[in-house]
Ligand binder design. Sequence first.
Ligand SMILES: [Zn+2]
Length: 129
Amino acid sequence: MTEEKKTQYGDPMTYPFWEAAAQHRLIIQHCKRCGSHQFYPRPFCVKCATGEVEWVETKGDGTIYSLTTVRVQISPAFNPPYNVALVQLDEGPRMLTDIEGINAKIGDRVKLTWRERTDAPPLPVWIPA
Ligand SMILES: [Zn+2]
């Protein structure tokens, strides 16, 4: 990506995430010292405070940790009903997303898919497994 896209899609901390997303690869950070995973990206591990964090690819399998169904139109960009959820990846981190499929519920297993966008990199979203 060009420098222009780097600034358009995120700061240097989030740039690797969006670069991987453009290739339909979901990456999260892994601590080389304590082995924990984290998302969103930070320059240090939130568990042990070391700066020895690296990006690793995840398959994106997870479980719905929390979920609500939005039934009122808040923005013209989003047509209700739709789900807003926290997905807990098998590696541990939770990601805010929507769940495609209105009948999803907390505890359901989900798998990663990608929503293409014309003005930005693909967006990771989850569907029932
Ligand atoms: Zn750590």
